[in-house]
Ligand binder design. Structure first.
Ligand SMILES: *[C@@H]1O[C@H](CO)[C@@H](O)[C@H](O)[C@H]1NC(C)=O
Ligand SMILES: *[C@@H]1O[C@H](CO)[C@@H](O)[C@H](O)[C@H]1NC(C)=O
Ligand SMILES: *[C@@H]1O[C@H](CO)[C@@H](O)[C@H](O)[C@H]1NC(C)=O
Ligand SMILES: *[C@@H]1O[C@H](CO)[C@@H](O)[C@H](O)[C@H]1NC(C)=O
Ligand SMILES: *[C@@H]1O[C@H](CO)[C@@H](O)[C@H](O)[C@H]1NC(C)=O
Ligand SMILES: *[C@@H]1O[C@H](CO)[C@@H](O)[C@H](O)[C@H]1NC(C)=O
Length: 279
C-alpha cells in the first residue's frame, strides 16, 4: 500500500519536525531565562558592590564624638552648635538613598547648621600634600586647613553611604568617585571645600606638591575645580603658593596653567614660594 506508506512517513517526519521545533524552543527559552537571570543578578549586584570601603563602623558615635570634641576643645567659639542635630542631618542626607544620586540640596540643612568661617590670613589649602600639610598644622597653629573646620574635622578619614534596602546604610562598600561623582562623600567634601573657600579672606596659603608629574596644579583636584573658583576676589588679596619639592626629585613647573588663569582674571597677586623638603 504505497499511499498509506507515504502518509505514515509524512506523519513520522511531521512528528519529527514538531519534536525538533519543541526542542529548539525549549533550548531558546532556557537560554533566555538563564541570560535574563544572569542579567538581573548582575544589576542587583552592581547596586550593592562598590569599589570603595563601606560605611565606617559606629559612624554615629564617631561623628558625634568628633563634633562634641570640636566644639568643646578644638574651637570653643562654636560651643552653641547642636551636634545631635548635625548628626541627624548628615544621616538624613544619605540613608535609604541611592548612593549615586546625592545632591547639595541633601546637605543644605547640614550646611546651615555647621557653617562657619576661619579668621582672615589663616586659611591653608592643599592638594596632594595631605601628610605634610597636617604634620605642619599640628605644630604650627598659624594656619587652618579644611580638616580644621567642623565639617572637615568630623569627616576626616571616615566614610559613609546609603542603600535603598534596610538598614539604609551600606557597611560593605561605597562608590568611588570614578564609579559615580554624586556619591555622599564626594558631595560632602565638595560642599565643605566650597564653604571653606568662600569664607577665606586676606592672604591665602596653598600647599601644592611640586613632585607630581602631571603638574602641581591639577584642574581636576578639589583645589583646582572647587576651591579656587570659590575664593572671593573682594576678600582675598593674595594667594601664596608653597610648592613642596622632594629633595633630589625633578622639578615640576606645572603651575603654568594656574598662572595663566590668575593672569586672565587678574584677580590676585600670585606669590609662589619654592620649598624644598625631604621625606
Ligand atoms: C553571567 O555573568 C557572569 C558575570 O557576572 C559572566 O561571567 C557569565 O559568563 C555569565 N553567564 C552567562 C551564561 O552569560
Ligand atoms: C535622584 O534623586 C531625585 C531627587 O532626589 C529623584 O527625583 C530621582 O528620581 C532620583 N534618581 C534616581 C535614578 O534614583
Ligand atoms: C555661611 O555663613 C556665612 C556667615 O556666617 C554666610 O555669609 C554664608 O552665606 C553662609 N553660607 C551658607 C552656604 O549657608
Ligand atoms: C593679613 O595679612 C595682611 C598682609 O600681611 C595684613 O596687612 C593684614 O592686616 C592681615 N589681616 C589680619 C586680620 O591679620
Ligand atoms: C608628592 O607626591 C608624591 C607622589 O604622589 C608623593 O610621593 C610625595 O610624598 C608627595 N609630597 C608631599 C610633600 O606630600
Ligand atoms: C584641565 O586641563 C586639561 C589639560 O591642561 C584641559 O585639556 C582641560 O580642558 C581642563 N579642564 C577644565 C575643566 O578646565
Amino acid at each position: 500500500m504505497p499511499f498509506q506508506n507515504r502518509s505514515s512517513r509524512t506523519r513520522q517526519s511531521t512528528v519529527l519536525l514538531v519534536g525538533i521545533m519543541v526542542l529548539i524552543l525549549t533550548i531558546v527559552a532556557v537560554l533566555a531565562a538563564v541570560l535574563l537571570a544572569n542579567g538581573t543578578k548582575e544589576t542587583s549586584m552592581q547596586l550593592l558592590h562598590w569599589k570603595d570601603r563601606g560605611t565606617t563602623k559606629n559612624l554615629q558615635e564617631v561623628i558625634l564624638g568628633r563634633c562634641y570634641n570640636y566644639i568643646t576643645t578644638v574651637n570653643p567659639e562654636l560651643r552653641d552648635k547642636d551636634c545631635q542635630k548635625i548628626w541627624e542631618t548628615i544621616q538624613k542626607a544619605f540613608i535609604y538613598k541611592n548612593p549615586c544620586n546625592i545632591t547639595t540640596e541633601d546637605y543644605q540643612p547640614l550646611l546651615d547648621l555647621a557653617n562657619h568661617t576661619v579668621p582672615c590670613n589663616k586659611s591653608l589649602f592643599w592638594s596632594k600634600t595631605n601628610d605634610l600639610v597636617h604634620r605642619y598644622t599640628k605644630t604650627n597653629h598659624n594656619f587652618l586647613t579644611l580638616e580644621d573646620t567642623l565639617l572637615g574635622y568630623m569627616a576626616d578619614g571616615v566614610s559613609w553611604c546609603g542603600k535603598p534596602s534596610s538598614p539604609g546604610i551600606n557597611y560593605e562598600s561605597c562608590p568611588k568617585w570614578s564609579e559615580c561623582e554624586s556619591n555622599p562623600l564626594s558631595v560632602y567634601w565638595k560642599m565643605a571645600s566650597k564653604m571653606f573657600a568662600e569664607g577665606a579672606c586676606g592672604v591665602v596659603q596653598v600647599m601644592l606638591n611640586g613632585s607630581i608629574d602631571a603638574g602641581a596644579f591639577r584642574n581636576n583636584s578639589i583645589f583646582g575645580s572647587v576651591e579656587i573658583f570659590n575664593l572671593d576676589p573682594e576678600k582675598v588679596s593674595t594667594v601664596q603658593i608653597w610648592l613642596m619639592q622632594n629633595i633630589g626629585g625633578p622639578p615640576s613647573l606645572a603651575l603654568g596653567c594656574m598662572h595663566q588663569w590668575a593672569l586672565n582674571t587678574s584677580h590676585w597677586k600670585l606669590a609662589p614660594i619654592l620649598v624644598l623638603h625631604s621625606i
